[in-house]
Design a protein around this ligand. Structure first.
Ligand code: BLA
Length: 311
């Protein structure tokens, strides 16, 4: 199903930057990620009933320590979706978007994941339906959710090529559908990113609507633990942490990460980060500060066009 949306969240504007005595004028294609979020929510409301999440009362907007950075937060739930939340960050020099959807543990459908970072000239993009279960030990999971929608990625393979080496650990959180890319800003690219975002989101929404509730308690437990492991990873090691800390300070960043962005990390399970990822355990038992143990890898896309892992 193709997505036709008339809204245009992509604009060209001039930005002025002053460094000491010099003035720089940039003409940039800027993008409004708040409008990405609005469009996704509009699509959602056409198909299911969204209720405000209890998190919305606590988190709506924030201003950064610089007094200029605006952070907008939205949070919803529905009968099957435990949490659908968005964070959009904007200041004069950058736009950041983190949009995710997490299911109730009765459902094994993937996690929606859009993470876009835009600064004056660079964009860092991850767009995926992150698998709840490891594709290597559940081959039918790939069959169930990905094999029939691989064409979605194919439509964007040319305009958004593989972004190069990344933290090796991240690959196991990605699906063969993942769009991992970096590009310099242009209207064309930002428009394509908007349509990719909505197309991936529509695919996720469709899965969500079709999802069958798991009745087997042991399977529900497995789903819950898999989601908890995912949240535990991201609440601890997500690449955005450094920037978030700079923008709002360490204590606020930590709260945002554990209570808003990766909500559930305190509620869905009791295992700790090093229970799931023992390779990060230091001699005194604490979690290593390193972002990665294995280092950067995967120079090229590790899946072929059919979604087969080729390493
Ligand atoms: C960079 N963000 C990255 C990179 C990836 C991701 C793969 C490249 C660096 C690396 O290889 O680690 C994104 N990685 C992900 C995602 C998952 C993952 C989505 O494992 C999911 C499992 N990005 C954000 C937010 C901010 C942000 C909210 O999503 C800021 C608040 C910033 N991401 C950001 C910045 C970089 C980056 C500044 C470049 C700096 C760096 O590479 O450390």
């Amino acid at each position: 199903s193709r997505v036709l949306i008339s809204a245009n969240p992509v604009k060209t504007r001039d930005i002025k930057l002053r460094r000491t005595s010099k003035r720089f004028l940039f003409r940039v294609s800027s993008v409004s990620y708040k409008e990405f979020a609005e469009s996704a929510l509009e699509e959602t409301r056409k198909k299911l009933l969204l209720e405000p999440s209890p998190l919305q009362e606590k988190y709506s907007s924030m201003t950064g320590l610089d007094g200029k950075t605006q952070i907008q937060m939205l949070a919803f739930k529905s009968s099957k979706i435990r949490l659908l939340r968005s964070m959009a960050i904007e200041n004069e020099t950058m736009q950041v978007f983190d949009f995710a959807g997490f299911m109730e543990p009765e459902f094994d459908t993937p996690i929606f994941c859009a993470n876009f970072f835009t600064s004056a000239n660079i964009n860092i993009v991850v767009l995926d339906l992150n698998p709840l279960h490891q594709l290597t030990d559940q081959t039918d999971y790939q069959d169930k959710y990905y094999n029939n929608i691989m064409s979605i990625y194919q439509n964007y393979a040319e305009i958004f090529p593989w972004g190069g080496k990344l933290t090796g650990e991240s690959i196991k959180f990605f699906s063969p559908l993942v769009m991992w890319t970096r590009f310099s800003s242009s209207q064309e690219k930002h428009k394509a990113l908007f349509s990719a975002f909505l197309e991936y989101y529509q695919a996720w929404l469709e899965m969500t609507i079709q999802a069958k509730e798991e009745m087997e308690p042991s399977q529900v437990r497995t789903n819950r633990e898999a989601q908890h492991k995912y949240l535990t990873w991201r609440a601890q090691k997500d690449p955005g942490h450094g920037l978030l800390k700079k923008l709002v300070g360490e204590a606020n960043a930590k709260e945002l990460l554990r209570d808003f962005l990766f909500n559930g990390v305190n509620e869905l399970g009791t295992k700790t980060f090093t229970d799931y990822f023992p390779e990060y355990k230091t001699e005194d038992g604490t979690v290593s500060d390193k972002r990665s143990i294995v280092g950067k890898s995967f120079e090229t896309r590790p899946w072929d066009s059919t979604g087969q892992f080729i390493g």
